[in-house]
Design a binder for this molecule. Structure first.
Ligand code: PLP
Length: 446
């Protein structure tokens, strides 16, 4: 009864993010009630494995009392303090220092945002400010990668390269350019080095076509998430970084998904052996227990902005930048990662990929890919021709529903791709359940 009335209230009043307004009315909401570890319970009392950690964010898993305690203690002591006008409080300062300590290279300066989208937006503003400070305000063109996702705020959504985020919104802006994705499985170019060479040539050609003196920054995700978990060939990210260095173009790594142990280490850039000029993070930073994003800047970027501004304030910030409760949560979550979760994530990630790889014998499985606890299975009806699933199965909700019925939450991308990003706390048994349940969904889809 309570559930029915909630569904009705939802139908009438709640505007859901990234949902079909029209279709949502017909389907109604699916209610979750509680969670522990890697398992969530819905309003009907059914337990499911959360193979997607909420929205690739609950990296530590649900129900950590120490995180709840840290948030409550901070709320009791000081629920809010602004960082504006040189004010501050302990938690965000400590967090910035802990993060700077662990970040690649000299990404020593941390600006806090509220999530991934406004972290990306913040970098666009900082990049523009940087070039003004350097006396090159004409560097105002940005490049990103097809199939990439960089959030849905007004500026960042134009760097995103997924049509649903552009159509009807008048995006992208003319200053937002794209190069092709590596998308190894469907790339007409075969072979890792050949794909890297082609991307290098394309990025160079794009910069030359725009005019090297006009290009401000290049954005990428170390592994593309929302585009379908697209893993680049080893060395691709490094090669893109090298092109940017050649042209003096700022290189921005968007680690909103790949950060905080999702792909193994705390930051995927460490695996790629590169130091970006700026780096965005969110999601796993607080493991979804509170909203927060963090933008990292190298010494050079920070000092250039500082010198350019002189005595003036740099006019960028939000009321909740560096929110003390979110910062207290993030500090505690960091302890959990380093107290064994990162290590467990690496082991479980290997088991997950090995398990999913074992599904390659299934007639519908065209590709299996991933790194750490981030993975995808791409479905096809003809393995030779790599034929995508028929249109009636493609609406992402259909496959998602089937998985849900099997007690598994995954992300089902429109192209017929299953995405996996389970919490790092998963047990071996839970990883095996994810794989077994996936096989059942595949059998039901045949
Ligand atoms: N950047 C990347 C790579 C993302 O995957 C996302 C969200 O999925 C964002 C940015 C936007 O983050 P948020 O949804 O927290 O605004």
């Amino acid at each position: 009864m309570l559930t029915n009335s909630l569904v009705e209230l939802d139908r009438r009043h709640l505007v859901h993010p990234v949902s079909s307004f029209h279709g949502h009315e017909a389907r109604g909401v699916r209610l979750l009630e509680s969670a522990k570890g890697a398992r969530v319970t819905d309003a009907q009392g059914h337990e499911l494995i959360d193979g997607f950690a909420g929205l690739w964010c609950v990296n530590a898993g649900y129900g950590h009392e120490s995180v709840v305690e840290a948030a409550a203690a901070q709320m009791r002591k000081l629920p809010y303090a602004t960082g504006y006008f040189d004010l501050g409080t302990e938690a965000p300062i400590r967090l910035a220092a802990e993060l700077a300590d662990r970040s690649p290279g000299d990404l020593n300066h941390v600006y806090f945002a509220l999530g991934g989208s406004d972290s990306v937006d913040s970098t666009i503003r900082f990049v523009r400010y940087y070039w003004h400070a350097k006396g090159q305000p004409e560097r105002d063109q940005f490049i990103s990668v097809e199939s990439g996702y960089h959030g849905s705020s007004t500026l960042g959504a134009g760097l995103t390269a997924l049509s649903a985020f552009h159509e009807g919104f008048g995006l992208p802006y003319p200053w937002q350019h794209k190069i092709s994705s590596h998308y190894v499985y469907r790339n007409p170019i075969q072979g890792d080095q050949a794909i890297i060479d082609a991307s290098v040539a394309e990025l160079r050609a794009k910069i030359e076509a725009i005019g090297p003196e006009r290009v401000a920054a290049f954005y990428l995700e170390p592994i593309q998430g929302s585009g379908g978990v697209l893993v680049p060939p080893k060395g691709w990210v490094k090669a893109m970084r090298a092109v940017c260095s050649d042209y003096g173009v700022l290189f921005v790594a968007d680690e909103v998904i790949t950060g905080f142990g999702r792909c193994g280490p705390l930051f995927a850039c460490a695996d790629e052996e590169i130091v970006p000029d700026l780096m965005t993070t969110a999601k796993g930073l607080t493991s979804g227990y509170a909203p927060m994003g963090a933008v990292f800047m190298t010494e050079h970027v920070y000092q250039t902005i500082a010198e350019g501004a002189g005595a003036k304030a740099v006019g960028h910030g939000f009321t909740y930048s560096g929110h003390p409760v979110s910062a207290a949560v993030a500090l505690e979550v960091l302890k959990l990662y380093e107290g064994g979760l990162l290590e467990n994530g690496v082991k479980m990630g290997q088991r997950l990929l090995a398990g999913l790889d074992g599904l390659r014998d299934h007639p519908l499985v065209g590709d299996v890919r991933g790194r750490g606890m981030l993975a995808a299975v791409e479905l096809v009806t003809d393995k030779e021709k790599k034929t995508p699933l028929p249109a009636e199965l493609q609406p992402a909700t259909r496959l998602f529903d089937r998985a849900w019925e099997q007690g598994l939450i995954i992300r089902s991308f429109a192209q017929g791709i299953f995405g996996y990003a389970p919490p790092l706390c998963c047990t071996e048994e839970e990883i095996d359940m994810i794989v077994e349940r996936t096989r059942r969904v595949l059998d039901l889809t045949l």
